[in-house]
Ligand binder design. Structure first.
Ligand code: SIN
Ligand code: MN
Length: 238
């Protein structure tokens, strides 16, 4: 074999996805492939149930009149720009679905996985897992054309971490800083089954989804097209 075949001049960008869990910023951890295919399919089945109501999957309308391209159904608390309510007063007035116990357990496991001390490099974060009790989830559906602008998750009255799970098509998740919508940020490739947790110093970082990659969902994830993202949050409301 020639030396240029063995050591190509054009170095291939390493696929960070296959390199395992990664600390993106203090308190922000990406855990690729965290959900099994079986778990993903099971969650996709639950998604089908959630969208049957009482509140349908809907694209929220922002105060300026702009309608989001992402469609959302909520659990525990209904999110509307920019508050949480128990009834979907901006949709059909119906009560939001309960937050499932299995999702509380999953959220706790997610925080424990992401904030394992060797990964998060901050032992105080590891303590957050034991009593992490999310009470709201925004379940987003992205079609091929959907995107989400840079924003902060700041309608919660709590600084507990946000747990994010992705199923279906992969996407670019832009994870920024707490000061501005702009650089510095890191573009993270989120694939089906990935976990991302942001808390601690990154809890109020700007983030968004500039692009979904159509046709990239694995055949056995349960979703033939589009992307589901679940973000669990602690609202701090009662
Ligand atoms: C969000 O920021 O609410 C959604 C993030 C995502 O879709 O991964
Ligand atoms: Mn968000």
């Amino acid at each position: 074999m020639s030396d240029d075949a063995l050591f190509p001049v054009e170095l291939v960008q390493p696929d960070t996805h296959d390199a395992g869990p990664r600390l993106i910023a203090p308190g922000a951890v990406h855990v690729p492939g965290w959900l099994s295919m079986e778990q993903q399919r099971w969650i996709v089945d639950r998604f089908g149930e959630w969208t049957r109501g009482p509140v349908p999957l809907r694209a929220a309308t922002l105060p300026g009149g702009h309608q989001m391209s992402v469609r959302t159904v909520c659990l525990g608390w209904h999110w509307q720009p920019y508050r949480y309510t128990r009834e979907a007063t901006d949709v059909n007035g119906r009560p939001v679905l309960d937050f499932p116990d299995w999702m509380v357990r999953l959220g706790r496991k997610a925080v424990a996985a992401a904030y394992a001390p060797e990964l998060a490099k901050d032992a105080s974060l590891a303590d957050l897992a034991a009593d992490y009790t999310p009470d709201a989830a925004l379940v987003n559906f992205y079609n091929n054309a959907a995107a989400m602008g840079m924003h902060q998750d700041k309608d919660e009255h709590s600084n507990a971490p946000v747990v994010s799970l992705s199923i279906g098509d992969s996407c670019v998740f832009r994870f920024g800083n707490t000061e501005t919508r702009t650089k510095p940020y890191t573009d993270v490739h989120l694939r089906s089954g990935d976990l991302f947790v942001f808390g601690g110093a990154s809890r109020f970082a700007y983030h968004g989804i500039p692009k979904v990659h159509p046709g990239t969902a694995p055949a056995d994830c349960g979703l033939s097209e589009g992307r589901i993202n679940i973000t669990m949050r602690v609202t701090g409301l009662s």
